[in-house]
Design a protein around this ligand. Structure first.
Ligand SMILES: NC(=O)c1ccc[n+]([C@@H]2O[C@H](COP(=O)([O-])OP(=O)(O)OC[C@H]3O[C@@H](n4cnc5c(N)ncnc54)[C@H](O)[C@@H]3O)[C@@H](O)[C@H]2O)c1
Length: 331
């Protein structure tokens, strides 16, 4: 399979390395708007650096888009129109209209587009989802999700990212729908720029808390931090009628950690998201290649990404307007 990767910054360089180590990939081309960066990554991985997007996409079967969020929509269209199966990092776009446009474009073009929400491929989340769906913990009364970056991304990244709700907590919003099989009904969010006064001018926050009510009656509390000195820490507690589950916590917890018999997966905090989700990112790209070959269903559709973005939009509105926002308001 011939693969083009567009954007080899923080995450793109990691995805490029994973793809270069994948047996199914016969040819990997690397393109970045920063030519020196593309050449550097290509030289390290001993793959070809493309001098333009056209050169990168000519004749490939699949494309992997890891550019800044505000460039995703146009690149997705370009790839789908060239009949290239496409993987794009979350979120599709910052705006709901642009995201809806991509959902429609996928249908019109009958294209293949998988969105990058890698928690769906993490062994702990997969195990918890199976247990929840099998009824092992009974009705889910409540859950707590904690999402901490160790260090904040560069300010230049934050400025084009869409803000903490759409860039960081969107992972929690996506995984909430995926884990519990329920839709969000309403959210109440607040945030703070403590430690990050520069975010004020960007209309962003560095710490946030979101209360979420789901369609089946489950209630969730989601906390996001751009800076957690102790390390990168993504964990969940789920309290059900029959049992309590934990994902990503130290297996010595008194609750039933889904990683208890695989402690290597657990033990936060981690230095980076690359370490915490190494296996998940690899499984995600492998699944995308299977999807591209027609051997697997789409593990994360554009419509899924739209739903996660609608929750993030509602959270942002709740924070700005200091009120609970119903998802029916996000049209
Ligand atoms: N799934 C995850 O856990 C996760 C983690 C981090 C970032 N992301 C997503 O990945 C995307 C990239 O994030 P990042 O942290 O790697 O950003 P980054 O800024 O480190 O890298 C982006 C790269 O894209 C290049 N670029 C910019 N415009 C381009 C264009 N039009 N064509 C080709 N290259 C272009 C830049 O030169 C840079 O090298 C974002 O959408 C972000 O939301 C996802």
């Amino acid at each position: 399979m011939r693969v083009a990767i567009l954007g080899v910054g923080r995450l793109g360089a990691f995805h490029a390395k994973v793809l270069s180590e994948t047996k199914d990939v016969d040819e990997l081309r690397v393109y970045d708007a920063d030519d020196a960066r593309a050449k550097d990554v290509a030289a390290t991985l001993r793959v070809r650096a493309a001098a333009s997007i056209d050169e990168a996409l000519a004749g490939v079967d699949t494309a992997v888009i890891v550019t800044p969020t505000n460039t995703h929509a146009s690149l997705i269209k370009r790839c789908l129109d060239a009949r290239i199966a496409t993987f794009c990092e979350k979120p599709i776009a910052i705006g709901i209209p642009e995201t809806r446009d991509i959902v429609a474009h996928v249908e019109r073009a009958r294209g293949k587009l998988q969105i990058g929400f890698q928690r769906r491929f993490d062994a702990g989340y997969l195990r918890a989802r199976d247990d929840i769906r099998a009824g092992k913990i009974g009705d889910v009364f409540s859950f707590v999700m904690v999402s901490c970056d160790r260090l904040p991304p560069p300010d230049a990244y934050v400025a084009t990212s869409g803000g903490q709700f759409k860039d960081q907590l969107i992972h929690d919003f996506d995984i909430t729908r995926w884990l519990f099989g329920q839709e969000a009904v309403e959210v109440t969010a607040t945030g703070s720029t403590l430690g990050f006064p520069q975010y004020e001018a960007m209309g962003d926050v560095g710490t946030s808390v979101v209360l979420i009510r789901l369609s089946g009656g489950s209630l969730g509390l989601i906390t996001g931090l751009r800076h957690n000195e102790a390390g990168y820490d993504i964990h969940v507690e789920i309290h059900g009628a029959k049992d309590t589950l934990a994902i990503g916590v130290d297996p010595r917890t008194p609750w039933r950690s889904v990683e208890a018999d695989a402690p290597a997966l657990a033990g936060p905090p981690y230095p980076t998201f690359f370490v915490r989700f190494d296996g998940a990112y690899r499984a995600e790209l492998a699944e995308f290649l299977r999807f591209a070959r027609g051997e697997a269903a789409n593990a994360c559709t554009a419509a899924d990404a739209l739903e996660a973005l609608r929750i993030a939009e509602a959270a942002g509105r709740s924070y700005r307007e200091r009120r609970t926002v119903k998802l029916t308001e996000i049209t």
